[in-house]
Design a protein around this ligand. Sequence first.
Ligand SMILES: Nc1ncnc2c1ncn2[C@@H]1O[C@H](COP(=O)(O)OP(=O)(O)OP(=O)(O)O)[C@@H](O)[C@H]1O
Ligand code: SF4
Ligand SMILES: [Mg+2]
Length: 334
Amino acid sequence: MRETILNIKDLSIWYRTYRGYARVVDHIGLQVGEGEKIGLVGESGCGKTTTMKTVMGVLGSDQIHVPNGKIEFRGKNVLEMRKPELLKLRRTGTSMISQSPMSALNPVFTIGQQLRDIIRYSGLYKKNDRKAIEEAACGALRSVMLSDPERIMASYPHQLSGGMRQRVCIASALVTPKDLLIADEPCTALDVTIQDQIHHLLRTLVEEKKRSLIMITHSLGVARELVDRIYIMYGGHIVETCRTEDLFTSPSHPYTQGLLSCVPRLSGGGLSSGIYGYVPDYVNPPEGCRFSPRCPHAGKECRTRRPPMAEIGPDHKAACFLYAGEGQEKEGAE
Ligand SMILES: Nc1ncnc2c1ncn2[C@@H]1O[C@H](COP(=O)(O)OP(=O)(O)OP(=O)(O)O)[C@@H](O)[C@H]1O
Ligand code: SF4
Ligand SMILES: [Mg+2]
């Protein structure tokens, strides 16, 4: 049995907006074991980045309100950490590869200055050991297939292509060892050959060094290749979780089934009918099941009550009334 390194319990996250609270993340639960690779999959705007930024403690109370829940990292609640503890968490516990490399890199410093700062700050090297710091930075750039690290170290972010900036962000997350790596769509701006190499790199890194990984992705194919367990998120709810292989053999939640039907097949067969509609308005989210306005099976109960998490099989749960009664848990919580 793996030790749980990250345990998100009954967490809700609301953004403060001029229209009122946007109740984006709603009573979710998620666990990551030591050395485990987790996939967080869901369509654009479902709350993946919001959840993981909150795990990193980078969203301030001026932006979000957390009405309930806990984020336990090795047993300590991140939501109650003071600044020094949060800095320690980011120095040794977790790092996040940002989804938007342009905003993650500081435009007024060279890549070298930024990488050297991360390495010095980690406390792994003597601050004046320039040679070791330089080697660590160049090694991290080479590991993400940037073949001329000296030029890149001397460049400002605007002097690199989008794909290069993205790889610099990945290098900066990998340059010092962390227990948990959160990769937020790390390969969106990269061509498929580089994507493939980066995915291999991430897998090798976490497997060899026994790190844990949360891979945020839109791609079920990437999740299938990379992770042990998948959480499907829809409209700020976790709607299904299971071992990766079970998701493809027995997808249970209607949203998961719709997602799988949207994957284009190389064998052809035309475009799928997709999932009609779009993610909910979080200021006025639908009552009950947030998927009900788009679900072909929606009944009266779905529009008034939140479906409980039901046990579908070993280590396989789905939040849907179609399975209610099958070993269901407390209503409204994952
Ligand atoms: N700072 C903010 N203030 C208000 N609302 C926000 C803020 N950041 C994100 N949101 C809203 O929260 C919702 C979830 O956004 P989030 O970035 O977490 O989605 P996501 O699942 O990561 O999507 P994507 O796959 O497109 O990256 C969206 O409706 C978004 O508009
Ligand atoms: S609870 Fe109802 S609306 Fe929601 S996914 Fe299940 S059948 Fe569809
Ligand atoms: Mg995102």
